[in-house]
Design a protein around this ligand. Structure first.
Ligand code: SAH
Ligand code: F3S
Length: 453
């Protein structure tokens, strides 16, 4: 179907927040291109501006609000449509509607309707509410995500959408809905296609990849077959044997030993697990509804290190959650000291409208204490990262070359299987996408420095 309206043809899309949004923007771009719209590289030359929002943390939402403020002049000057897609709270939507800053909103289940929405608006028609009747099954497995022509070799691919865990602080179950898994055959097909066009590494995305499950109905033997995350990983590892496979995020509550065994078995499955812990205090974990205890989490880490000794482990930690006192904070510090993660992402708690903690718990940790605790864990993580980096020194590592180092164009950069950036001098006989052995000689807290072995 071609775009019927002459008014709005060019679209520009900008991302806020997480990796999931990068993948969603590629899906939205494909949908619009298939409907006769054109992608605009610059915001100044577009008719439609799509801001793909992330409301997980207040910070991303604030930068989106600032962006809209900055773009006000464009809206006044030209007849430009502004749309917000992705993950946004009801409260944010109401605010923007009241301020007349945004023309339309599209939740993650309705991206396929964006062309029709633009059609409605360009014909000055009101969108009927039935248009957005719930579609709980949308996985976009029939859409080939957009890839631009710039040579890239790594790609994100969503395998599950939404989340069924109700962590009390988290807005995702409200903005992205119930969990849905994509058909394993379409995931394999897409990975094979990506490999054929030059991609060398794929990151399977989901809020909780371990709970991936897809039932394949086998009519001939009248038996259904359940494909779990460990099955999907083995299938991909064998069907696309030269593709590096990563995945994120693992949930401590659902991660199974069978997944660990599959990671250990296949060399093309990367040896890195992102395992958000959020807090080291059982009291806080309970208030967060995280469904595991500190002891269970540490046990899982031990299992990972037994089954996959070379595995790197990263985390998400949130400080200053409702009711967190100094002892709870010290529990997080002691957990970090016990595990010594390779790296991590650290945040201070911001109440998100609509969540359980927003409605029922008191955001009682003063801002300056949140800030202090956050700084303390960031500093501690830096120490641990340095400690973990030193473990690589003198070792030879297989690196997938991803590009030219931004700091020094005489160097390549790539990553090892543990997802750590490695920088090393360029050689003419190599190009982006090659895999090469690099001996690690030095490090900073975030980068390894080496030379071709
Ligand atoms: N699915 C992942 C988390 C996705 S959200 C999991 O299982 O943990 C990414 C991270 O954002 C979370 O791990 C958490 O640390 C942080 N986050 C989520 N909600 C937040 C909030 N209200 N305030 C601050 N940080 C938050
Ligand atoms: Fe959010 Fe918890 Fe799911 S952090 S995305 S509700 S696992």
């Amino acid at each position: 179907m071609k775009s019927k309206n002459n008014l709005y043809k060019y679209f520009y899309i900008e991302n806020y927040g997480c990796q999931m949004n990068v993948s969603d923007s590629e899906i939205i771009t494909s949908i619009l291109l298939n409907h006769g719209f054109f992608l605009s590289e610059k915001i100044e030359t577009t008719d439609i501006v799509l801001l793909n929002a992330c409301s997980i943390r207040e910070k991303a939402e604030l930068s989106l609000t600032r962006k809209l403020e900055q773009l006000k002049f464009l809206k006044k000057k030209n007849k430009i449509l502004f749309g917000i897609t992705g993950c946004f709270s009801k409260k944010l939507k109401e605010f923007f509607l009241k301020e007349k800053k945004v023309d339309f909103f599209v939740e993650p289940d309705f991206y396929k309707k964006i062309p029709n929405i633009i059609q409605y608006i360009s014909n000055d028609k009101i969108i009927p509410p039935s248009f957005f009747s719930k579609n709980r099954k949308e996985t976009y497995e029939d859409i080939i995500p957009f890839s631009d022509n710039k040579k890239k070799i790594t790609k994100f691919l969503s395998i599950t959408r939404g989340c069924n865990n109700m962590c009390t602080f988290c807005i995702v179950p409200f903005t992205r809905g119930r969990e849905k898994s994509s058909n394993p055959y379409s995931i394999i097909k897409e990975c094979k296609r990506l490999y054929k066009i030059g991609y060398k590494e794929i990151t399977l995305l989901g809020q909780n990849v371990d709970s991936y499950q897809y039932i394949i109905k086998n009519k001939s033997i009248k038996k259904d077959m359940m494909v779990k995350f460990s099955d999907l990983l083995s299938l991909l590892a064998t069907e696309v044997p030269f593709m590096r496979i990563r995945f994120s995020t693992s949930n401590p509550h659902d991660m199974s030993e069978s997944v660990l065994n599959v990671i250990s078995k296949y060399p093309n499955i990367c040896k890195h697990i992102h395992l958000p812990v959020q807090s080291g205090s059982n009291k806080i974990l309970k208030l967060m509804n995280r469904k595991y205890s500190r002891e269970k989490y540490i046990n899982l880490i031990e299992k990972i290190r037994n089954i996959i000794p070379e595995c790197s482990i990263s985390h998400d930690i949130m400080t200053g959650f409702c009711g967190e006192n100094e002892k709870d904070h010290q529990d997080t510090i002691s957990l970090m000291n016990e595990i010594k993660y390779n790296y991590g992402y650290m945040f201070s708690y911001s109440p998100r409208p609509g969540t359980f903690s927003y409605k029922k718990l008191k955001d009682d940790v003063p801002k300056h204490i949140k800030k202090e605790r956050l700084k303390e864990i960031i500093d501690l993580q830096r120490e641990h990262s340095l400690f973990r980096m030193k473990e690589f020194i003198g070792k030879t590592q297989e690196i997938l070359i991803e590009g030219i180092s931004k700091r020094n164009n005489k160097n390549w950069y790539g990553r090892n299987t543990q997802n750590i950036i490695v920088v090393f001098p360029k050689k003419n006989f190599l190009s982006i996408g090659d895999t090469i052995n690099v001996k690690i000689l030095n490090n900073t807290s975030a980068t390894l420095i080496g030379e071709i072995d």
